[in-house]
Design a protein around this ligand. Sequence first.
Ligand code: PHB
Length: 398
Amino acid sequence: MTARTRRRFLGQAGAGLGLAAAAGFVPTRFAIGQKAKLKIGLMLPYTGTFAALGHNITDAMAMRLAEAGNKLGGREFDIVKLDDESAPPKGKDNAARLLVREKCDLLVGTVHSGVVLAMAQVAKEEDKFLVIPNAGAVDLTRKGCMPKLFRTSFSNWQPAFPCGDVALKDGHKTAVIMTWNYPAGHDSAQGFKDSFTKGGGKIAKEILLDFPNVEFQAGLTEIAALKPDCVYVFFAGAGALKFMKDYEAAGLKAKITLYGPGFLTDGVLKAAGGAAEGIKTTLHYADDLDTPINKKFRADFKKHSTRDADVYAVQGYDTGTFLVQGLAAVQGDLAADKALIKSWEASKIESPRGTFTLSKSHDPIQDIYLRQVYSGEEKLLGVAHKALADPGTGCKMA
Ligand code: PHB
């Protein structure tokens, strides 16, 4: 943030932000031995196409923090929530509201890649930590990676790359890609193309729609005319649900195999009904992973939220674990930033998705599973790629 925008924020009155905690002066320490509360800025979508994703991340993170006695490194904390509406043009202002005006100690967020790129700029300018529980903008694990930025989720290349091999193995030679025209869509398409074209597959066409447009009809008509062997899409949340329904209604489902990263079906499986049946996807999580931690997590999340867990809930839960472990290592002292970075870099996260560590560019190294919807449930078919790391090498950490 420039000095000018900083002044603008500090000067602004607290206009209706829907924040969960009051602004004000927060001393870092009270009396000797008694530490002030930590303030966590939680920026997620609670409205729009990705609203359900934001809610599952929030609730599962809260559940994990409650498991840890609602303390981080011995410190109590407040969470200041902000609905970012998955709106990139508001991203910088919203992040600045949390870091500058609300004086949050660190930022957690968000779902949308375009918004997270704006958040990362503000976190860098303010020299604050940013922990990303979803948004997979590849740039942040490559050219744009930075010491105080960590991701507990994925880079959008990761779940996409194994999908190209799956399509090839299923005998497909031509594909049409359809996605939203924003960083996540581009990164995901690139991941699929990297493996599909390397194995001899051809991309007949890439069809792009502005986010969060769900008028799919023109694209579906084009696909019907092009008659590729298969279609690869990156859509998520309410957009993914509508896409699967429209694909079926257009009569394409029975004719042209549909693939995608598991964001296509996660969280919308029940609502999709028959439209999701048989769809194969690749993702760093599968509902039916047969491990005690996954079973307990799913049962606990259902009790806690009354909803079924999905990949977004897993990422929220793991973000909680990440905060608990890192802040325990520095006794809740974020000023010990070098020690915190070291501790987080060495993280081993016991997750419902399977245990994962972080790459040099602060992104999970994780198994990518192949799943298929069968009788309305996501079934694990196997591991599509073991211990996959984003290939980024452009990162220069401090
Ligand atoms: C992203 O914008 O990076 C994104 C959004 C929703 C998803 C996955 C990735 O489900």
